[in-house]
Design a protein around this ligand. Structure first.
Ligand SMILES: CC(C)(COP(=O)(O)OP(=O)(O)OC[C@H]1O[C@@H](n2cnc3c(N)ncnc32)[C@H](O)[C@@H]1OP(=O)(O)O)[C@@H](O)C(=O)NCCC(=O)NCCS
Length: 163
């Protein structure tokens, strides 16, 4: 998944095996430190791992941090079945009902329309003043500008789209 250019189109580059393993280690450390993180997604009877979705503390400083971010990444062959949305809804439930968060944010390169569609399916709303330069990209990189979506506990799940 992490080495697939289709999946990694809106990131700096596909990951090497070493970078992917380092990412898995970071995910496990986040669970150790915070008790939540990016959960692996299994589809019973179909595949033991199709991707991840979950909650993480943003790892950089920006106008909206500290903040808990919802994120997702799925292997290409499992796109467009609703799995990412289903998993993300469960992650939001966990964030608001178990962690009692006030707000969850999400962000991505403005052109990442599939991810933006996912945010909107969850009932997240774009913060029109929220666009920012994601520090994970070098200055002047075309994907550096990111859009920011938010959802507050007061609006969840009442505003979430039903499909
Ligand atoms: C972002 C990403 C997870 C979205 O994947 P996705 O397949 O579009 O999302 P879902 O799994 O929720 O599937 C939704 C689609 O399945 C359809 N669908 C089919 N059966 C469905 C069902 N039972 N329930 C819900 N949706 C269903 C929906 O209508 C929607 O289709 P559409 O694309 O025509 O609108 C995926 O594109 C990805 O991994 N991208 C690369 C990583 C990335 O960019 N991550 C975000 C960085 S911030």
């Amino acid at each position: 998944m992490n080495s697939d250019p289709r999946v990694m189109e809106f990131f700096r580059s596909p990951l090497t095996r070493a970078d992917s393993d380092a990412m898995a280690d970071r995910i496990e450390r986040h669970f150790d430190e915070h008790g939540f993180g990016l959960w692996a997604i299994e589809v019973p009877g179909l595949a033991p791992f199709i991707g991840f979705a979950g909650l993480i503390w943003a790892r950089f400083s920006a106008h909206f941090t500290p903040a808990v971010e919802i994120g997702w990444r799925m292997a290409f062959e499992h796109w467009r079945h609703g799995y990412a949305t289903e998993a993300a809804r469960l992650a939001l439930d966990f964030g608001f009902e178990i962690l009692a968060l006030d707000e969850v944010v999400s962000f991505t390169a403005a052109d990442n329309l599939r991810s933006v569609a996912g945010m909107e399916r969850l009932g997240m709303r774009r913060d029109p003043a929220g666009d920012f330069d994601y520090p994970g990209f070098p200055q002047s990189h075309p994907l550096r500008r990111h859009v920011l979506y938010r959802i507050g506990s007061d609006r969840y799940p009442a505003d979430a789209a039903s499909s």
